[in-house]
Design a protein around this ligand. Structure first.
Ligand code: ZN
Ligand code: ZN
Length: 326
């Protein structure tokens, strides 16, 4: 397996694509569909004697443009089979109804979060750039959790790890106990939940379940969709769970300070003023936490605004430490 690092000034930056050169020539993720990234990927492949035309199969962790963007172009040149989870497949296929549905859900979410209209406009302009960097219409074959693909050099086993997107899938390499995680597990910063794919129901719970699954699998190493390999995936997954417990605590403190507030106001309290894609990610993540805490009975929701019941306020005041068990 060869890791090919790709520059990317959009989204989270510094994507990774992974090349397999056994009986099957395969890629996991492709990078964003810009001329620069295309050239970087072509150069990275050439170092291993591979051209786009040689690719037999592309496995995509999820639909986001910085991972799936070049899939259709490479498929055009090579006839490669593009594989993705059913939940993300229609978006990768460039299906108009699927993209319209996503936009409709996003607009409804922005309203529900209390995002001001001028912020919505800034964000929509920004997101259009993301849509533009998708090459529309790869033909996609869907896979499901547990499916195995024999690439000759290695076996790829699908490990469904939703939360960041509805279809997000990791790929375990059973022969070496490694895993490719896309945006399910990242070094340095934590993958966004709640804003990155508004289609996901109960996004924080689903992501916590994913992190527990990854931690329990005790992989030797994770190869993420951005930046450097993670040498202790179990410790990293547990660290991210802990990060969300600290965030939940901050969300409750914000409600304690603010009184009844919508997700936008809580986000502003947590993250301050936001720009670019963070206008989506900040309130999305605040909303994921508020939704989760509401279901747990720690927070009350009335007319789009959240507040603390007396019981939670008492628990918070009596509470030692900076985290809240999730
Ligand atoms: Zn992503
Ligand atoms: Zn990403």
């Amino acid at each position: 397996m060869h890791r090919i690092t790709l520059g990317n000034t959009y989204f989270e930056g510094e994507n990774d694509a992974y090349l397999f050169t056994g009986a099957e020539t395969a890629l996991v993720d492709t990078g964003i569909a810009t001329a620069d990234t295309r050239e970087q990927l072509a150069d990275g492949l050439a170092e291993h004697g591979v051209e786009f035309a040689d690719i037999d199969a592309i496995f995509l962790t999820h639909y986001h443009a910085d991972h799936a963007g070049l899939a259709a172009e490479i498929q055009d040149e090579s006839g490669a089979t593009v594989h993705a989870h059913a939940e993300d497949a229609a978006l990768i296929a460039g299906d108009d109804d699927a993209w319209d549905d996503l936009e409709t859900r996003q607009r409804a979410a922005f309203e529900a979060w209390g995002m001001p209209e001028d912020e919505q406009e800034v964000l929509e302009t920004y997101m259009q750039a993301g849509v533009d960097h998708h090459t529309a219409g790869a033909e996609v074959e869907t896979f499901a959790d547990g499916d195995r693909f024999d690439l000759g050099e290695v076996t790829l086993e699908v490990v469904y790890t939703p939360g960041h997107t509805a279809g997000l899938s990791s790929f375990a390499l059973p022969e070496r106990n490694d895993v490719l995680t896309g945006d399910a597990l990242l070094p340095v910063y934590t993958p966004n939940v709640g804003g990155a794919d508004v289609r996901v129901g109960r996004p924080l719970q689903r992501y916590l379940d994913t992190l527990t699954r990854v931690a329990d699998a005790e992989f030797d190493r994770a190869w993420p969709g951005h930046r450097d390999p993670i040498d202790d995936p179990t410790a990293r997954a547990e660290e991210i769970i802990h990060h969300h417990e600290e965030r939940a605590h901050r969300v409750l403190q914000a409600l304690d300070d603010l009184g009844p507030a919508d997700a936008w106001a809580v986000s502003a309290d947590l993250f301050g003023e936001l720009d670019g894609i963070h206008i989506l990610h900040g309130p999305g993540e605040a909303s994921a936490h508020l939704d989760h805490l509401t279901r747990e009975g720690d927070v009350e929701r009335d007319d789009g605004r959240y507040s603390l019941p007396d019981e939670t306020r008492d628990r918070l005041q009596a509470h030692d430490g900076e985290s809240w068990p999730l």
